[in-house]
Design a protein around this ligand. Structure first.
Ligand SMILES: NC(=O)c1ccc[n+]([C@@H]2O[C@H](COP(=O)([O-])OP(=O)(O)OC[C@H]3O[C@@H](n4cnc5c(N)ncnc54)[C@H](OP(=O)(O)O)[C@@H]3O)[C@@H](O)[C@H]2O)c1
Length: 315
């Protein structure tokens, strides 16, 4: 840490490579329902890295963090000083210390290390809560596009764990074996979605040409959850085919909205339990010091790794 009145945090600066750099800031102050957490590890998500590429100077990115409670919330909620936690912030989590509402953190058992925990907030909660939109998944056919990504890799494991028959879609053949380690039962490379159709539930984050293709392969009364559009947001699909099938649903998922219905602490506690008992395994392809933020952000934008990337704040 820098000195007693300042902390360091990652901030957008348009004049540096990848627009991300570590700078000093005032130590955070907390509201009565907020704890101060000393951050040990953070993870990167596509959304916040992409936003950093156009955000105004001074914007502080960061959604996912894991660390130790340094100051407990004054209203008595949450966990005592010294508790290891994972948490979610709407921005600014890539910092040595953060002030976080206690409804957005969950405690960590010894079996869950900081780096695994740091992968969970956005990617894990998106996978968990979007799958829950599909109801009971036992013996249901579930298709997950972009399965080699941070969210997709968790979604495959969680759907399989819930009893679904999981089809994972990847765009590169070299990632087939990788997504099988996420318990996908079958894998589609490219866009041959008819191979294992029809699907009761589709989780799509690719968009582009993929979304209209998967809509054609939904079973009657099936539901497609859209939570991303990595390959393009403007799409055209056949509306009469869509309504003609009967009972199809299209659901726009945004985590910030879902967390108004249920605080992040609830889903995080469930995910942590699954990691602790070995039934959910984060895949961290890239670990680095947070001083390498610019390089790691570039690698993420270029999709040079699969699964998650984690930065450590120990130096
Ligand atoms: N709505 C929400 O609340 C919410 C929450 C979390 C994430 N998201 C969004 O959901 C998407 C996935 O998030 P993530 O964290 O899993 O991202 P990620 O780790 O970067 O993964 C992206 C996935 O999409 C695939 N992909 C990338 N470009 C593609 C293309 N042109 N055609 C087909 N597949 C492509 C990648 O395949 P390769 O491995 O082959 O590159 C990878 O499987 C992102 O767009 C993200 O912004 C939204």
């Amino acid at each position: 840490m820098s000195n007693s009145n300042t902390i360091r945090a990652i901030v957008v600066d348009p004049s540096v490579p990848e627009r991300l750099v570590i700078r000093k800031f005032e130590r955070p102050s907390s509201l009565p329902n907020e704890a101060i957490v000393q951050v040990a590890s953070v993870s990167l998500n596509r959304g916040e890295v992409r936003r950093s590429q156009s955000a105004e100077a001074g914007w502080r990115p960061g959604w996912d963090f894991a660390g130790t409670i340094q100051t407990a919330a004054r209203d008595g909620s949450g966990f005592p000083v010294g508790t290891r936690v994972v948490g979610f912030l709407r921005q600014g989590a890539w910092a040595e210390q953060v002030a976080v509402p206690t409804h957005a953190i969950a405690s960590l058992p010894d079996a869950v290390d900081f780096k695994s925990a740091a992968t969970l907030p956005v990617a894990g909660l998106t996978a968990l809560l979007s799958l829950e939109r599909g109801g009971i998944l036992l013996d249901r056919a579930v298709l997950i596009t972009g399965a080699s990504g941070g969210v997709g890799y968790f979604a495959c494991q969680l759907a399989a764990q819930a009893g679904a028959i999981v089809t994972a879609q990847v765009r590169r053949p070299e990632l087939v074996e990788f997504v099988k380690t996420a318990k996908a039962h079958q894998v589609i490379v490219g866009e041959q979605f008819d191979r294992y159709a029809p699907y009761d539930l589709v989780l799509d984050s690719v968009g582009g040409k993929v979304l209209p293709s998967v809509l054609e392969q939904l079973a009657s009364d099936g539901i497609c959850i859209i939570f991303g559009a990595t390959a393009g947001a403007d799409i055209t699909f056949n509306a009469s085919q869509f309504y003609g099938k009967g009972g199809l649903n299209l659901y726009g998922f945004i985590l910030f909205h879902e967390l108004k219905k249920q605080p992040a602490s609830v889903g995080l506690a469930r995910l942590v339990k699954l990691v602790a008992n070995g039934s959910l395994v984060p895949h961290i392809d890239l670990e680095a010091s947070w001083t390498e933020i610019a390089d790691v952000a570039r690698q993420l934008l270029d999709r040079r790794f699969a699964g998650k990337s984690v930065l450590h704040l120990s130096n």
